[in-house]
Design a protein around this ligand. Structure first.
Ligand SMILES: Cc1cc2nc3c(=O)[nH]c(=O)nc-3n(C[C@H](O)[C@H](O)[C@H](O)COP(=O)(O)O)c2cc1C
Length: 205
């Protein structure tokens, strides 16, 4: 194999997608779409989230110190793409049909259509840039999972097939876990709101 140097990129690194749910000051939820998400270890499993620019999600998380991360799957991809397209600072963003409920442990909004949701509490924040770029290290206070996916007799393949998690990589595309193309960023959002415009906070991601 001959390797060549290229500009910094993660385009060959598939990333799992999560919808973060946070509470606005008026007690109503805001949802945004995120892929710079991975895991870390405290005294148990924790998560780390990179947030790339000022946005309502970050304002809410800093104020409340708690939020949810909800796995994106094929069935809720249009809604998730909408949450990653419309800007939460636009009062109209959440005027769409969204089924949500409160967390079992924390006062965070949970996306009902997601089969796996983490209820998260920020342990510490590490600033990485001058424009509010930051990394949040979070403790998992509770994990909510679709009961059907807790069946110990299911094979790993059957669990992955039933979960149908969505990934992203290369050129702003969405992919199924088994490699089917599911659309481009900001395209599936039009199934939720045909006239949706890409918000400033979503550009560059
Ligand atoms: C596929 C995709 C992945 C994204 N991942 C991130 C991410 O990891 N970090 C981030 O700061 N923004 C990310 N964004 C942008 C946010 O979703 C966007 O800023 C959105 O407006 C956030 O919601 P809010 O404005 O309600 O806070 C992503 C957008 C898309 C379409």
């Amino acid at each position: 194999m001959k390797k060549v140097s290229v500009p910094a990129t993660n385009d060959l690194c598939p990333q799992t997608l999560f919808v973060y749910g946070s509470m606005n000051e008026n007690g109503m939820p805001d949802f945004g779409l995120f892929c710079w998400f991975s895991y870390c270890w405290f005294d148990q499993l924790g998560v780390m989230c990179a947030i790339g620019a000022p946005k309502r999600t970050l304002d809410n998380i800093r104020r409340n110190r708690v939020f949810s991360a909800n796995l994106v799957v094929e069935d809720n991809l249009p809604l998730a793409d909408y949450f990653g397209t419309a800007d939460g600072r636009d009062e109209d963003k959440m005027n769409v049909a969204v089924e949500w409920e409160r967390g079992a442990v924390l006062p965070v909004p949970i996306l009902c259509s997601s089969p796996l949701s983490f209820e998260l509490e920020v342990d510490r924040e590490i600033s990485t840039g001058e424009r509010d770029e930051t990394v949040l290290l979070c403790r998992i206070r509770n994990t909510l999972k679709d009961e059907r996916l807790t069946n110990a007799s299911m094979s790993s393949e059957a669990i992955l097939q039933a979960t149908a998690a969505v990934r992203t990589c290369v050129n702003c595309d969405y992919w199924s876990w088994d490699g089917r193309h599911l659309g481009r960023w900001h395209e599936r959002a039009k199934e939720i709101k045909p006239a949706v415009e890409t918000g400033a906070a979503a550009q560059g991601h």
